[in-house]
Every structure is written in structure tokens, then in C-alpha cells.
Design a protein around this ligand. Sequence first.
Ligand SMILES: *Cc1c(COP(=O)(O)O)cnc(C)c1O
Length: 408
Amino acid sequence: MANRHNYEEFGPSYRQLISDIEKEIKPIHEAVSVTAEKNQLKVLDAFRGWNVGEDDFASSTGYGYNEAGREKTEAIYAAIFGGEKALVRPQLVSGTHAITCCLYGILRPGDSFLSVTGTPYESIRPAMGLYSVEEQGSLADFKITYLEIDLITETKARDAAGTIKKIKDYKGNKAIKMVYVQRSRGYSLRPALTIDDLEFLTKQIKTVLPETVIFVDNCYGEFVETREPLEAGADLIAGSLIKNPGGGISPGGGYIVGKAALVDKAAARLTAPGLGAALGPTYGLNRYILQGLFLAPHFVAEALKAASFAALLFKKSGFNVYPDYSEYRGDIVQAVELKTPERITGFCEEIQKYSPVDSFLTPVPAPMPGYKNNIIMAGGTFVQGASLELSADAPLIPPYVVYLQGGL
Ligand SMILES: *Cc1c(COP(=O)(O)O)cnc(C)c1O
């Protein structure tokens, strides 16, 4: 047996340090538990309300017309996230795919979309045409214009006059079909949006651009608070089932929830116009998707507890942490500024070494599809790339920040 050890190996002061930290963050953990309980009740109510039964775990084949379990799963997602309609599909291969289905489904040549939270998450950028317009049919290749402001960094999302003015500066361009909001920090040090921030933002946006579709990339935000973006004025949200709402159980997939007409447009992009949401068997995954959703509020809470623990541990060790351990959180990500590439690599190696799966492997920085910089990922996870499971990743660029998340 390799790697056998006990706590004493970490040094005699280790236990004391852990117990000091746990004492200090106890009130934070208690608040997290209250949120988890409310969310758990919301999820349980939806399962009961829709009479989830053993039969719903069966799936159809072929076209997948009228698959009862899938339809129930989607009705439950719509209820929990506050939308009229949902798509919850293994055919959505990732969060990026779900998000791009929304973009391509809604935007048309001549339209523009305005990101108000800076440049969207790395893996969305190739589809926007930020690196190469023509390659593989980016939005830019379809004559869809991208505009960007960063209201979070510039105004902390709470400067009403500033926000309205900035959006008005773009209003000359009548064709802003969509405003794009990213809830989580992504690979940046700006804070995640809270639902209150988002509500403030959607109100300002709607006063200036009443017809615009407000889309929210909801990755890493699900169940962190007791309300979700559609309850704060957003029109459409999307995310990944190997993050929060998959509860660590779903082996893959993505979701889209929002106004029915918008979800239908995204569905037409996922399958084909005319087919939309009517097609798509789940290949026996309904049980995992539903069980994961049921467990999600608890494991999101575990992830939030791990994040505040890590924040205080690394703060005490002299590192800058974002957010601080006691800050109110809008997502499950904990950023730690390690300052050198060697520490990034070392950190990820340790996370990998103490993982239940692939503990014997060594992560190395490497190119990843959709990412411009080399990325190192520690993911000793049951589901490849899953990040509600304890995981860490980082682009190997200054200021050398590692992003830690997960609680499984
Ligand atoms: C992870 C993530 C995505 C993309 O999701 P994948 O499932 O990795 O494709 C998009 N936006 C944010 C903020 C994310 O954290």
C-alpha cells in the first residue's frame, strides 16, 4: 500500500491549526447549512410535486419522443430554477456546449451581444470568434458582433448611474439582442456576482434595453444562494451537469432553463429546426441526473465549506485569497494567489495525490480544447473533469492563481 500515513505526518501543529480554523469558520458553515436546507426543501418539493417514480428512471431509444423521465426531469429543473421550460440533456456535452446553443439559437446575422462582466469564460471564446473569425463557424463568422464592458470590476455592479450610462453608450447600436452575464469569476480575480448584484444589474439593463435577452452563464452558481438568476430578472440560463447541479453523480450533460420561446430556440440549435426539444433519448441517465440534482444542495454546501476552510488556511499561510474566507459567496470557486508556477504545479500535484481516483498520476500543464493557455488540472474524480468533486485548475500565466473547488 503506497501513501499510507496518518495526520501526524503533517507535523504536530497541524491538528491545532485545523481546529483553530474550524472554530473560526463555524458561523460561516452554519449559514451555509441554512441555505442548503432551504435549497434541499425546494428540490424535494419539486420531486414530490412531480411524483418522481421508479418508472421515470427508464429511458427510451432512437428519437426519444415523449420520454416520460426526461420530460419530468426538465419540468423539475424548470421549477427549481424558476423558468418556464428547461432542456436537461446528455446530448449537451458540457457547459460550453449549453451556453453556445443559447448564443447560436438566439443571435442572428447583424445582431450584437454585449457582455457586461468582461470577456466570457475561456472555453466560450473560440465560438465568439475572439481568436479566429473564420475557423469552424464562429459567431463573428456569422456577422454577429461582440461588445464588452466590465461592470463588476469597474463599478462593483452597484453603480446605477454608471451602469446605465455605460449601457447607453452602446444604445446607438439598436441590435443588441442579448446581454451576456457571467455569474462566476472564471479564471479571474473579480468577485462572483451575487443574486442581489444580478437583480440590480438586470433592472438597470431592462430600463435601457427593454427588449434585450438577458442570458446568464450560471456555471458554479447553482444552489449557492436560495434564489437563482431567473428569479432576479434573467431570461435564460445555462450550465453544466458535471458542476453544481449534477451533484457529483450525473456522468455528464448540460442544462438550459428560461423563457419557453428562448429555450425552444436553443433546442432548435441543439438538434435541428423543426425537431427541437422533442428528440433526445437519455440512454438510461435519468436516474443519475435526478439523483445528482437531489444531492446537489448538500454537496454545493460541502464545496462552500471547503472553500472557506481553504481560504482561511491559505490566508494564515500568507497568501492572497479571493474571496476572503468570510466574504459572502456567489459561487463555489476559491482562488488562491500562489505567485509562482512551481507552487501552482505543486498544489495541483498534492490535490491529485490525495484524490480517490488516479491518485498515482501526476498532473502536468497541457493544452486543452477551448483554452488558449496551457492549463494544469488536478482531477482525481469519478467523472472526468467534474468539478463539484474536489479539484483544482489553473492557467500557467501570471499572477499564478490556482482555482480550487468542490466538496465531494
Ligand atoms: C466551467 C465553466 C464553463 C464551461 O463549462 P464546461 O462544462 O467546462 O464546458 C463556462 N463558464 C464558467 C464560468 C465555468 O466555470
